[in-house]
Design a protein around this ligand. Structure first.
Ligand code: UDP
Length: 245
């Protein structure tokens, strides 16, 4: 059962449970993908049916963004906790290093994935990075061929939204037996180019504020957050409790 926030179904899982689901998906043959929507993505999906379908078609939909947690609460169907995509990724990288699962880093500007790979290998001894590629490719076929040939089982797809969600949904059956994680700006963080908010800010639900202070140009994107929450409040007033989908 998923919890609907503006017609996007979220899995009510803790970070630990999300990790367990991903490990189970890694055991299943075929391609799978995880999405990590925040309010901005959900807001965009209102006007983009193909994005909504890509989100709802994922094997796991985790609430990455305190705004989603507030929205679910306002709708009367609370989620368990916020599950930051980057933290789920870290947990799975630790697992991949232990279980010897090859990983592929796809996304961000040229050179970033390679630097992220070096840093991740230092942090997770034993991690096997079998390929890297930037996220500004025009043709999908050569990228998909490289992914398949690499034998990667865990693929970080950091193409920004909505490109990464649409890309994973379109190509889930062309990546071999692999789990793709659509984790936006995480590659820049792993490479050390962007700093994540200190833990205390994250725990207080203020990661968005930290990002706004460090990148004031995000104001145009973040202005949508209060609009999103207001629209959720109106929905609750109009329709009562939300649906489970
Ligand atoms: N990106 C990419 N290909 C594109 C568009 C964006 O690889 O066509 C990358 C971009 O370089 C950045 C990431 O996607 O590394 C998304 O960054 P953003 O700050 O938007 O992340 P989010 O807020 O979604 O976590």
């Amino acid at each position: 059962m998923r919890i609907a926030v503006k017609d996007v179904g979220f899995d009510p899982v803790t970070l630990g449970e999300a990790g367990d689901r991903c490990r189970a998906l890694l055991e299943e043959p075929g391609g799978h993908y995880v999405v990590t929507p925040n309010p901005e993505i959900v807001w965009l999906a209102r006007k983009m049916p193909e994005l909504k379908a890509a989100l709802n078609g994922a094997d796991l939909v985790i609430p990455d963004g305190i705004g989603i947690i507030y929205a679910a609460k306002i709708l009367g169907t609370p989620l368990k906790e916020r599950v930051p995509g980057i933290e789920l990724t870290e947990a799975l990288l630790t697992y991949a290093a232990k279980a010897d699962l090859p990983i592929y880093l796809l996304g961000a500007k040229p050179g970033v994935a390679e630097r992220a790979g070096e840093k991740l290998c230092e942090k997770h001894p034993g991690l096997r990075v079998v390929g890297c590629g930037d996220g500004y490719f025009r043709e999908d076929a050569p990228v998909l061929a490289r992914l398949r040939e690499s034998g990667a089982r865990l693929i970080l797809v950091c193409l920004g939204f909505p490109r990464q969600e649409l890309w994973m949904a379109a190509h889930r059956n062309e990546v071999g037996d692999a789990l793709m994680l659509g984790v936006g700006g995480s590659m820049d963080v792993f490479a050390g180019d962007v700093k994540r908010a200190p833990e205390a800010w994250c725990k207080a639900g203020l990661e968005w504020l930290y990002r706004l202070i460090s990148q004031p140009s995000r104001i145009k994107r973040m202005i949508k957050l209060p609009i999103f929450l207001m629209s959720v409040v109106l929905e609750r007033i109009k329709h009562g409790k939300a649906d489970r989908i």
